[in-house]
Design a protein around this ligand. Structure first.
Ligand SMILES: Cc1cc2nc3c(=O)[nH]c(=O)nc-3n(C[C@H](O)[C@H](O)[C@H](O)COP(=O)(O)OP(=O)(O)OC[C@H]3O[C@@H](n4cnc5c(N)ncnc54)[C@H](O)[C@@H]3O)c2cc1C
Length: 380
């Protein structure tokens, strides 16, 4: 048995013995219920204590420095076992790499292990009402006053903000500098006085993201992440890792596809010519996603940094997710519009916005892969 096969057997046995039955198939929306949140925190801690969280992280931060193949195996086995989600999807994939790259020793020691166990839940306070795709236009201000930054402003769409203990917050520290040069990143304790969190209810009826309001919030200077006014570099590291986390996207998509195919076979839809076309197209999309994931994995295995392919995979995955939800509605009739399928159809609308919109991704692909001229920036 190869090392990777042995690792798969070990992980599978552990998950079969430890995934709590009542949390199988749980989603992040469950974090809204305090009892479910406590159970999810306990699950996250158990997974980390067993050495199955932050697999790629260096051992000094609680990881295993595992190979890319082992990371893929873990993702596949977590999906197979219907394991509950990480409470730190943004923390582990986006914020931790930024802390590893730019953090002080004290920041790494304070935050990384606690994030791994979900002792602390993290949110990403980047977007503002007038700064989404054009993130560098952000206006939330931080003014140095002795050994504190005083923060004022508003963030929006902050996923998990209502349960978060900490926030990676982008603020403007140099108002007269060119807009990319006057930004800093702060690690903000969400219990500080002056922070108000207003949950936003989505079309699915869930509370998943929030508006955050900051009024004279005093953040200690030792919470600055990276050099002052160099926060754009920190943000780019954070977002590059978000777009690089594409290798697993096909797993959840493949599960939904299998359920649609099984239901379509059972209800006779699979013999209708138009439905068959839609289903064949969904299968093709899934295969394309698998191949894109394979490419991202090969790059990582060869020691190469994440490339613009992450934008391509995100684009294909988000459009395929919306198509699959619509296909389910078309071939499953009422069943495809109710319950979990109905929720999925509504939720899928957000896929082409979150983590970079379709239009912005197409611009990135045009410039970085096709080598076309840069997008014309609107006059500021
Ligand atoms: C489910 C979900 C979770 C999110 N979680 C977080 C989070 O945790 N933290 C956080 O900070 N943010 C989060 N966001 C916000 C997300 O990053 C922004 O919604 C996204 O960056 C788009 O910004 P915007 O909504 O302000 O739209 P805008 O940037 O105002 O865009 C409006 C429209 O204009 C188009 N557009 C904009 N610029 C261009 C251009 N140059 N060329 C062509 N078209 C353009 C866009 O594609 C879009 O269709 C989340 C969003 C969603 C949907």
């Amino acid at each position: 048995m190869s090392d990777v096969d042995a690792f798969r057997a070990e992980v599978r046995a552990w998950l079969d013995a430890h995934v709590p039955r009542d949390l199988r198939g749980a989603t992040l929306a469950d974090a809204d219920d305090p009892a479910r949140l406590a159970a999810l925190r306990a699950w996250n801690a158990a997974l980390a204590d067993a050495g199955y969280a932050g697999l790629a992280w260096p051992a000094e931060y609680g990881g295993r420095a595992a190979s890319v193949e082992e990371q893929v195996v873990l993702a596949e086995e977590l999906s197979r076992a219907e394991a509950p989600p990480s409470l730190n999807p943004i923390g582990l994939s986006n914020i931790a790499p930024a802390i590893m790259t730019y953090g002080t020793d004290a920041q790494r020691a304070r935050h990384l292990r606690r994030m791994l166990r979900a002792d602390d839940i993290w949110c990403q306070g980047f977007s503002e009402p007038d700064a989404g795709s054009d993130l560098a236009s952000l206006r939330t201000s931080a003014v140095l006053d002795g050994d504190h930054f005083v923060v004022n402003g508003q963030k929006v769409w902050t996923t998990l903000g209502h349960v978060a203990d900490w926030c990676e917050l982008l603020v403007r520290t140099h108002p007269s500098a060119p807009k990319h040069k006057g930004i800093s990143a702060l690690l903000v304790d969400m219990t500080l006085p002056g922070i108000e969190v207003q949950p936003l209810v989505t079309i699915t009826g869930d509370r998943e993201f929030n508006a955050l309001f900051f009024t004279d919030v005093r953040v200690p200077v030792e919470c600055l992440l990276g050099p002052v006014n160099e926060g754009w570099r920190v943000a780019v590291t954070t977002l590059a890792n978000e777009r690089a986390g594409v290798a697993n996207l096909h797993l959840s998509h493949g599960k939904k596809l299998a359920r649609v195919l099984a239901a379509a076979s059972a209800n006779g839809a699979a013999s209708d010519a138009v439905d068959r076309q839609r289903l064949a197209s969904a299968v093709t999309d899934h295969r394309l996603l698998e191949l894109l994931a394979g490419r991202a994995v090969s790059r990582a295995a060869a020691g190469q940094p994440p490339g613009p392919e992450g934008s391509l995979a995100k684009l294909v995955w988000s459009l395929a997710g919306q198509d699959l939800a619509e296909t389910a509605g078309a071939v499953l009739g009422e069943e495809g519009l109710a319950g979990a399928w109905g929720r999925d159809a509504l939720y899928s609308r957000s896929l082409t916005i979150a983590g970079g919109t379709t239009e912005v991704n197409k611009n990135l692909l045009a410039e970085r892969i096709l080598g076309l001229p840069r997008d014309v920036a609107p006059p500021s």
